[in-house]
Write a protein that binds this ligand. Structure first.
Ligand SMILES: NC(=O)c1ccc[n+]([C@@H]2O[C@H](COP(=O)([O-])OP(=O)(O)OC[C@H]3O[C@@H](n4cnc5c(N)ncnc54)[C@H](O)[C@@H]3O)[C@@H](O)[C@H]2O)c1
Ligand SMILES: [Zn+2]
Length: 335
């Protein structure tokens, strides 16, 4: 399956194919041509797939970083610039970001800025990065003061997705991505949402559907000034949960799931959301290990965290709420 994404800098293909890793050379060559290929990955992904990737991408440069959110930092950005220079990378060369959202965001930002921009290809390996962070062109690093504070919009030249690699994901990391999948269904696609109740889900088709939804939204709002905001359904309160528990008790997806339930409970009571919607989301969250009734934040703390959130504008906090499953709207004065 191939999804085309148009951007102001041209368009790129997202290829979703089982065992795509085995044909990585041909897919990468289409972009890299005769130039060098430089792979960036993290230590976990390296230990599982490093040998294979090095064998498939003959003679590539290859650099392994630590895993985890701390890697998305100034320190490892500098390390990448050093490695790019040592390898003599020029604007004719191509970097492959092989890993989850951390590797994608950091490598993408390094490529956006090194020599004022060199080509990069995303090969996302977590469900979250396959359905979300690898598409849309947002790249960033964190600062000690907060997440994603330095970044830009810099689309990849191609994204190659192999759903087979999800088989090695720890259950909790897989569930993390499922929260975003549930979100896509909730905001834009009732059929996708309802299909998640099935005993068997074809993960390749689910990934494709999510990418098509994100593609449609980001093509209309590449620089995040309007419609793209609906991708934040569940994220405002979700961030408060992540932050209140110091980012170590609940994952991003667990926060988002909690946020979707929290806001839908309120909007349903206000009569904005069709009755029964909260219950449907709750059932899916339970099914995918994303139901955390104890993940609450005292109101005062939640308000404070949300005020600092970048989605707060001068005239109030924008909040994404559902009218029903598949239909999202932006409202103020909810939280
Ligand atoms: N750019 C965007 O639009 C965007 C959108 C959403 C999230 N993000 C960013 O994405 C990051 C989170 O990404 P993530 O959830 O992928 O986390 P991650 O990159 O930290 O990966 C999670 C864990 O899974 C491991 N892993 C990766 N692939 C694996 C595989 N196939 N098998 C086994 N283990 C594997 C990693 O080593 C890591 O330990 C955050 O920094 C977030 O800010 C960016
Ligand atoms: Zn998210």
């Amino acid at each position: 399956m191939v999804v085309n994404v148009k951007t102001s800098k041209g368009s790129y293909k997202v290829i979703i194919k089982s065992n795509a890793l085995s044909n990585l050379y041909e897919e990468v060559k289409e972009i890299s041509g005769e130039g060098k290929i430089f792979v960036v990955t993290d230590i976990n992904v390296d230990s599982l797939y490093g040998k294979k990737i090095k064998a498939v991408l003959k003679n590539c440069f290859y650099h392994v970083l630590p895993y985890g959110e701390h890697t998305k930092s100034h320190k490892y950005l500098m390390e990448l610039y050093d490695e790019f220079l040592k390898a003599g990378l020029t604007r004719d060369d191509t970097v492959v970001a092989f890993g989850g959202g951390v590797i994608g965001d950091l490598t993408g930002f390094a490529c956006a800025t090194y020599l004022r921009g060199i080509k990069y290809i995303g090969v996302p390996t977590t469900l979250l990065s396959q359905v979300d962070s690898s598409v849309g062109g947002k790249v960033a690093i964190n600062l000690p003061y907060g997440k994603n504070l330095v970044g830009c919009f810099y689309p990849p030249s191609k994204v190659i997705i192999d759903p087979e690699v999800l088989k090695t994901l720890p259950t909790r990391v897989f569930s993390d991505g499922m929260a975003e999948v549930i979100k896509y269904g909730a905001i834009k696609d009732k059929e996708l949402f309802m299909s998640l109740f099935d005993d068997y889900i074809d993960i390749g088709s689910v990934i494709t559907k999510c990418i098509e939804i994100k593609r449609d939204i980001v093509e209309n709002d590449e620089f995040d000034k309007g419609e793209r905001m609906i991708l934040n359904f569940g994220h405002t309160y979700g961030h408060a949960v992540e932050c209140y528990y110091n980012y170590d008790k609940y994952t991003h997806g667990e926060g988002v799931a909690t946020g979707m339930l929290y806001i839908t409970d309120i909007s349903e009571k206000m009569g904005i959301t069709k009755a029964g919607t909260h219950q449907l989301i709750k059932q899916l969250c339970e099914k995918y290990n994303l139901y955390f009734p104890k993940a609450t934040v005292p109101e005062k703390d939640a308000k404070e965290i949300i005020k600092k959130d970048k989605k707060a504008t001068t005239d109030g906090i924008n909040c994404v709420v559902l009218q029903e499953i598949g239909k999202a709207v932006i409202k103020k004065e909810i939280l």
